[in-house]
Unconditional design. Structure first.
Length: 653
C-alpha cells in the first residue's frame, strides 16, 4: 500500500524540484519572468499531471548575491490538488510549502545548490482511494534504475527536504487504514518514518528498524500475542547489487536472514521472476536457546512446559532455511529447512534432526505438499518406574493435545491435494534408546518409516541385539523386525533366545503381528513337551514330579490349541505354577500356584470373575487337607458363599 501514497508524493516532489531546478538554471539571471504562480498554473493545465489544483497564496522571490550566485525563496499556502492513476485517487491539501536555497554556477563544476533551510511540506490530511485493478497491464517502462536513482538522491543538485504528512487515510473495500509519514533529508543523511517503520539512510546503506516490541501480525493459537523484538534490516548499497541482512527476534527466538538483490534490475520488482531471484538467494537461521527457561518465561499456562518426558530436559533448537528451484516449474520454489534439536537432562538426551521440504507458489505464497524427515541421532528416554509385580500404570494423553473431529470428504480431498509426507529414520546403536527399570539394558530401536497424512505407508522397525531378564528368566533378542506394508497387517520376524543354566531355547517368530507363527528349538535338542517343561520349571519332563509334569503337559496342550499366548507362558515361567486348566464348554479356568514346599493356592473363575478359592496342604504320606470358599448365585439372584474342609488321601498303585 505504501506505493499508492509514496509514488505519487515522490513523483509530485520530483516534478516540483525538477521544474524549479531547470527553470532556474536556464533563466539564471531573470528567473521570475518565467517562474511565478501564474506560469505554474499554465504549466499544470498544459501537462495535465493533476486533475484539480488550487492555492490560497503563492510567492516566488529572487535575490542576487553575486553574478553567478542567486538566492531563491518562496512559499505556497493551502496548495490543494487531486491526482489519479490506474491504482489510486489521491486528494490532499498542503497547508505549507516553502523553500530557501542558493544556486551557484562555476565553470567546470556546473550548477550547484545549497539549502539554507530544507524545502518544507506540511499536510494534515490526505485521502487515498484505492481502485480494484486486477487486470493491470505490465509496465512498459522496464525495471527501475535503482543505482541511478540512489546516486541521484545524494547529488549536490538535490536540495534538503523536510516533509510531514499526518493522517493519510486509505479507503478501499474491507480496508481502512490511517497513518502518518515523515521524511527529512540532508546532504548525507535521510530519515523516514511510517507505519511503525523507521528508515535511516546514508550514501552507503539503508537501515530499516521497527520498535523494540512489535505485535506479530497473525494469530497462531499460542494463547497470547507474540511480539517481534529489535528487528533490523540493513541494505548495503553498491553498483553490482544490494546485500540484505535481517536480524532480531520473535520473543526468545533469534532471527538472522541473509539475501541479495542483483543490480541492475532485469525484472519488474512486482514480477514473479524478481521474487524468485531474491528468494533463491535468501538463507535464514533461527535459534531458540534455553528452551525450558524461555517457555517458562514467555509461554502462557499451560503451554509454558514441554510434555513428558521432555519437561525435565533443557537445551537449544536451531533451524536453517534455504531455497532451491523446482525443475520445470518457474512459478514455484522449494523451501528447505533443517532443524536440530539438542535437549538433555541428567540421565536423558534427545538429539534429533528434522528436515522439511515445502513447495511454495510465488504468486500468492501458498504452500503445497510437505515432506518431513525425522532423523533420530542420539535419543535416550527413560520410562516411568514400573513394578514387576503389578500391571503398568495407565498412560494418559497430554490434555493440551486436542483430538480433531473426523475429517469431511472435502477436507480429505484437500489433504490429498497437498499431502504431508513424513519420513522417520533412526540408524545406529545410539539413535533411539528406551530405558526401563524392568529391563537390564536400554532397548535400542532403528526406524525407517514412510507416512502420508499421519498414515504409515511402508517401512520397518528393528530391535537391535538386546538382553534382559523378564519374570526371572534371562532372554536375548538377537534380531527382531516389524515390517509395515498396508493394507496388509504388520508382519513380525525375529528370534528370542532363552538362556537357561543347562539349555538354550530359541523361539522363532514370523507372520502377522496379531498371531505370528512360532517354533521352539533347543540346544541340546529336546522334544516340544520337554521344551515347555524347561521353560516352566527349568527341567525336562523326566525330572519333574507328577504335579509339575501334569502342569507342563496341560500348558503344552493349551499352547498348541492357541488358547494361551506365548506371553502367558512366559509369565507362568516366572511363577511357581503347578497347574493350568481350561474347560472350553463352560469357559471356566483353574490355576494352581505353589506357596511353598507343602502348600498351594488354587483359584477358579469364569465369566463372572473369581468364584472359588482353595488352599491345599500336604500332611505327608499321601494325606492332603483342602480348605475352600465358593460363591454361587441362588434363584432369587442373591449371592451365597459356601465354605468347605476336605481331608483327602491319595494312594498310588
Amino acid at each position: 500500500m505504501k506505493k499508492y501514497i509514496l509514488y505519487p508524493l515522490l513523483g509530485l516532489l520530483s516534478l516540483l524540484l525538477t521544474s524549479v531546478i531547470i527553470f532556474l538554471a536556464v533563466l539564471f539571471f531573470k528567473p521570475l519572468k518565467i517562474i511565478n504562480p501564474k506560469n505554474l498554473d499554465t504549466i499544470l493545465a498544459k501537462t495535465k499531471v493533476l486533475n484539480k489544483w488550487s492555492w490560497d497564496e503563492g510567492v516566488f522571490s529572487h535575490r542576487k548575491i553575486k553574478w553567478n550566485e542567486r538566492q531563491f525563496q518562496g512559499h505556497f499556502k493551502n496548495f490543494c490538488f487531486e491526482y489519479e492513476n490506474d491504482s489510486a485517487l489521491l486528494n490532499t491539501c498542503m497547508e505549507e510549502i516553502s523553500w530557501d536555497f542558493v544556486f551557484t554556477y562555476q565553470w567546470g563544476d556546473g550548477l550547484k545548490s545549497i539549502s539554507l533551510r530544507p524545502i518544507k511540506i506540511r499536510s494534515s490530511k490526505t485521502l487515498v482511494a484505492l481502485k480494484e485493478n486486477p487486470n493491470k497491464a505490465p509496465s512498459k517502462e522496464g525495471p527501475p534504475d535503482v543505482w541511478g536513482y540512489w546516486q541521484m538522491l545524494w547529488n549536490d543538485k538535490v536540495p534538503d527536504v523536510d516533509v510531514a504528512f499526518k493522517k493519510i487515510i486509505f479507503d478501499k473495500k474491507d480496508l481502512h487504514k490511517s497513518f502518518d509519514f515523515t521524511l527529512t533529508k540532508t546532504d548525507k543523511l535521510l530519515k523516514a518514518h511510517t507505519w511503525e517503520l523507521f528508515l535511516t539512510a546514508t550514501p552507503d546503506q539503508m537501515v530499516f528498524t521497527i520498535p523494540k516490541k512489535y505485535p506479530f501480525p497473525d494469530k497462531v493459537g499460542f494463547g497470547r500475542p507474540l511480539y517481534f523484538r529489535g528487528m533490523r534490516l540493513t541494505a548495503k548499497m553498491s553498483k553490482s547489487g544490494i546485500p540484505l541482512l535481517l536480524t532480531g527476534g520473535l520473543e526468545a527466538l533469534t532471527i538472522n536472514v541473509n539475501s541479495f538483490i542483483d543490480l541492475p534490475l532485469k525484472d519488474d520488482p512486482a514480477s514473479i521472476a524478481f521474487r524468485k531471484k531474491v528468494i533463491l538467494q535468501t538463507t535464514a537461521a533461527l535459534t531458540l536457546p534455553d528452551v525450558r527457561g524461555n517457555l517458562k518465561k514467555f509461554g502462557p499456562k499451560p503451554m509454558d512446559v514441554l510434555p513428558a518426558p521432555f519437561n525435565v530436559m533443557n537445551g537449544i533448537v536451531r533451524m536453517n532455511i534455504d531455497t532451491t528451484e523446482i525443475p520445470g516449474d518457474p512459478n514455484k520454489v522449494l523451501v528447505k529447512s533443517m532443524t536440530n534439536i539438542d535437549l538433555q537432562s541428567a540421565k536423558q538426551f534427545f538429539e534429533m534432526g528434522i528436515k522439511t521440504d515445502v513447495g511454495v507458489d510465488l504468486e500468492n505464497f501458498s504452500p503445497g505438499g510437505i515432506i518431513i524427515g525425522l532423523d533420530f541421532r542420539r535419543v535416550a528416554l527413560q520410562l516411568p518406574r514400573l513394578s514387576g509385580k503389578e500391571l503398568p500404570p495407565q498412560f494418559l494423553s497430554d490434555s493440551r493435545i486436542k483430538t480433531e473431529a473426523p475429517k469431511t470428504k472435502t477436507e480429505i480431498q484437500a489433504e490429498e491435494a497437498k499431502p504431508v509426507i513424513v519420513k522417520l529414520q533412526a540408524q545406529g546403536a545410539q539413535a533411539l534408546q528406551i530405558e526401563s527399570n524392568l529391563l537390564d539394558e536400554p532397548l535400542r530401536l532403528n526406524l525407517d518409516l514412510f507416512l502420508q497424512n499421519a498414515v504409515i505407508k511402508n517401512g520397518h522397525v528393528d530391535i537391535l541385539p538386546f538382553r534382559t531378564t523378564v519374570f526371572k528368566r534371562p532372554i536375548v533378542i538377537p534380531n527382531m523386525r516389524v515390517t509395515f506394508n498396508p493394507p496388509m497387517e504388520p508382519v513380525i520376524q525375529g528370534t528370542i533366545v532363552f538362556k537357561l543354566p543347562e539349555y538354550k531355547i530359541t523361539l522363532s517368530l514370523k507372520g502377522p503381528i496379531s498371531k505370528p507363527r512360532h517354533a521352539f528349538t533347543s540346544s541340546p535338542p529336546l522334544p516340544q513337551n520337554d521344551i515347555y517343561a524347561v521353560l516352566l520349571f527349568g527341567r525336562p519332563m523326566a525330572d519333574l514330579n507328577p504335579d509339575d509334569k501334569s502342569a507342563s503337559q496341560k500348558t503344552s496342550q493349551l499352547l498348541s490349541q492357541g488358547i494361551l499366548s506365548l506371553s502367558v507362558l512366559y509369565f507362568l515361567a516366572g511363577s511357581p505354577v503347578e497347574y493350568v486348566g481350561l474347560d472350553p464348554e463352560t469357559g471356566g479356568a483353574t490355576a494352581q500356584i505353589g506357596l511353598g514346599s507343602k502348600s498351594s493356592l488354587r483359584v477358579g473363575g469364569g465369566d463372572t470373575g473369581v468364584n472359588s478359592t482353595a488352599v491345599r496342604r500336604s500332611l505327608g504320606k499321601g494325606w492332603y487337607l483342602d480348605t475352600s470358599v465358593q460363591n454361587s448365585n441362588s434363584a432369587n439372584t442373591t449371592q451365597e458363599r459356601t465354605y468347605g474342609v476336605l481331608l483327602e488321601r491319595i494312594i498310588a498303585y
